[in-house]
Design a binder for this molecule. Sequence first.
Ligand code: G6P
Length: 608
Amino acid sequence: MCGIVGYVGGKDCADILVDALSKLEYRGYDSAGIAVFEGDRIVTEKTKGRLADLTEKMKKGHKPSGTSGIGHTRWATHGEPSDVNSHPHGNAKISIVHNGIIENYIRLKAFLIDKGYEFESQTDTETVAKLLDYYYNIEKEPIKTITRVLAEIEGSYALGIVFADYPGKIYSVRKDSPLIVGLGEGENFIASDVPAILKYTRDYYLLECDEIATITSDNVTICDIHGSEIKKEVQHATWDIESAEKGGYAHFMLKEIHEQPTAIKTTVSPRIMDGMPFLEECGITLDMLKSYRKIYIVACGTAMHAGLVGKYVIEELARIEVVVDIASEFRYRNPIIGSEDLVVLISQSGETADTKAVLRLAKDMGATTLSIVNVKGSSIARESDFVVYTHAGPEISVASTKAYMVQLSIMYLLAFELAYANGKITEEECKALVSELENIPSKIEETFGIESDCQYAASTLVNAESLLYIGRGLDYALSMEGSLKLKEISYIHSESYAAGELKHGTISLVTEDMPVIAVATQDRLFDKTVSNIKEVKARGAKVVMVTKNTVDVTSDVADVVVKLPVVRDVLMPMITVVPLQLIAYYTSVLKGCDVDKPRNLAKSVTVE
Ligand code: G6P
């Protein structure tokens, strides 16, 4: 939530800050602002709305001119999106940008009001700005001031701070919100995430909790809260710039859907050796896999849906019990986990607050933790006992597609390896499964051939106020993801229901005004799902059916049929999700919604 950036160098920086922020808008986009040194004056421009609104405002009014400054794109937590709640916050002496939540801000605010400070915004961030001012008046020096403030504030933060007395310098510190320091030639940066700096440099430091960075155009020093200097290892980003651009597609989401075959190849290939799954490079051995009593998969949103597929597949192939849960629920329900259990955390960003909390809880309770993460060096990746990186590259669209797909790939590899380790499948069977997984990218390319069918299906749904997704088994897990995608980006209410459970209440909602998307790709359950489809058809529902291209569907079963290339049933989810993504995408486009930046959402949810 929220993206922060900072620049110190030789170039006029307002445009650089806005450009860097544009790569972070996925983190929040309800207001934006920058603060730039004009000589030794801090000049701030900020506004409610998108970055484009900030650019427009600066075009009509004043664009700060100077070679160092900080910037922010916001996802509101405390206080509605408004000009006054926008960052940067501060006064003529100190200005800050903040990502995170200051949990004790009410107490701190009361303390500051008592000292005579007046507040104009509803944000927690303004408290930090004023607290910095309070301690700066005592300490008269930035690092000591920051250290005093860190001792007071509780919660999560990544902060970019400038002091008018120190033009050309940015101070930065973080706890539980991500922050990197980009290292350029005669210019340096801070940013919440790598895509913001890629155009300028690939080298960066990962700032650890409570490390304080002092950044000038030609120097970066990092110290701890006692002022002792810390030597950091330079990280090198391998993501290419093009992957953070739209590359001719109308939206990032469509581009990312089309990147899925490549993302699978890049994720799967390094994990195969002699035709067998090979997770040993991540430290995961067959002996280790044999030893677990139970597996927990915990995550949020789309990542949790990838875990649901994982549950079906692991239980089916490896015959080990798997519990899947939502991180925000799991962390507060006093879970029964111990040293015999494996807790798998799935997270694209590696920064999701609830998932991170579960990781820490699981470690405290003695379980082994394995994370499946897309962002290298993110908190969840660093704190887990084992990490398997997915290689989706940067995912910009808020609605996740390719990240889900590569999470599925790892779920499959893990299931195959577990099944083999537990003697449930032979080496030959394992190799056959791996080989079919390797062939999935070409099957997905084939699936793109039905894109126009998905567009047509979307056109039949666009006026609906509410939809139902139904399926059984793996198709039910896929229905959940399809329903979430549609809700996120088209704002059409939908619910996903286990097809067999429908008649126990929910079918009373079904009328001719409520279309049903039925997913039926599992041979074993096909006839049962068709019976359930007939039940909704009999109540007047228009049915879009997603099934295999080997199946004949008559018009008394479905009004629109989307037919998929066939792979073995257990692997069908990797094919099935594609039309569900495309149907959601085209529905959103037809409704004229903001596909890549749906209202109220943020991609990286670093608050609980
Ligand atoms: C947010 C995003 C979702 C994502 C979820 C978990 O809600 O909008 O797309 O699935 O967070 O994020 P993570 O980074 O942990 O996968």
